[in-house]
Design a protein around this ligand. Structure first.
Ligand code: 13P
Length: 274
């Protein structure tokens, strides 16, 4: 059984106070989330530490197991003189620090930063992240025990020119085909057509299923049966009104949600759409 996932990508939104309020609202509704669905909140770096504590403090183990914490990026270098960068090792260290805060109970730890989003089209487009750079980031993230939500997707012109399979296929082959099967077990793939991100325009369920099936077949060329175990998420204007028809498709295992993940009610409604 593939893991069903609804991951929120908060992008560069919310002040710290607003982010804490949002995650508290999500946690307040966590009982509504089906037990077989995993929520992931991918917050800005500044929010990881307090959110790690909030999630770590969830008392009920069934509820705690339904939500994980993630980041939105990490550096392609291990450490050193790279002003402004945040390393995979730093992300992996966040939860351990929760127990060191004055007044924390003996042995307290927060929720680990378990996931990191890499390969988002905004990072590829605005910050020049190539497949080669992304492969370095992924290897470092995996070596620190993080799981990776690896994003792929084509631009509108590429779809219009019928090149979407080629573009997505290359993003898979040039990056994920360099991983071992053991590493691949810690990868979630997210298909996000660039023309659907933040535009209100969603891929039809047929368009999305077609390319998700293609991604799974491509992964199978290298990883065989493991491709059947890999969760492949859809992203791009996914919201409560369209999540159900998208998630009903055979090869769509959930969503990577931007705008709608900033409202707790919408995010939870999407998680209830399987
Ligand atoms: P929207 O849901 O706002 O279209 O964003 C999708 C996305 O880019 C998630 O990573």
């Amino acid at each position: 059984m593939r893991q069903k996932i609804v991951a929120g990508n908060w992008k560069m939104n919310t002040t710290l106070a607003e982010g804490i309020e949002l995650v508290n609202q999500i946690v307040g509704k966590i009982e509504e989330v089906p037990q077989d669905v995993k929520l992931i909140v991918n917050t800005p770096f500044t929010h990881l530490f307090p959110v790690s504590k909030i999630i770590g403090d969830i008392k009920c183990p069934f509820c705690r197991s339904k939500i994980s914490l993630g980041a939105q990026n990490c550096a392609d270098k291990e450490k050193g003189a790279y002003t402004g960068e945040v390393s995979a090792k730093m992300l992996a260290s966040v939860s351990k620090a929760v127990g060191t805060v004055a007044g924390a109970p003996e042995g307290a730890t927060g929720a680990p930063v378990e996931y990191v989003i890499l390969g988002h089209s905004e990072r590829r487009g605005y910050y020049g992240e190539t497949n080669a750079i992304l492969l370095e980031k992924i290897k470092l993230a995996l070596s620190e025990g993080l799981k990776v939500i690896y994003c792929v997707g084509e631009a509108l012109e590429e779809r219009k020119a019928g090149k979407h399979f080629e573009v997505v296929g290359n993003e898979i082959k040039e990056v994920l085909f360099n991983l071992s099967p053991e590493q691949m077990k810690n990868i979630v793939v997210a298909y996000e057509p660039i023309w659907a991100i933040g535009t209100g325009e969603t891929a039809t369920k047929e368009q999305a299923q077609e390319i998700h099936e293609f991604i799974r077949k491509t992964l199978a060329e290298k990883f065989g049966a493991l491709a059947e175990e890999t969760s492949i998420l859809y992203g791009g204007s996914c919201k409560p009104s369209n999540a159900k028809e998208l998630f009903s498709q055979k090869d769509i295992d959930g969503g990577l949600i931007g705008g709608a993940s900033l409202k707790a009610d919408d995010f939870i409604a999407i998680a209830k759409s399987f």
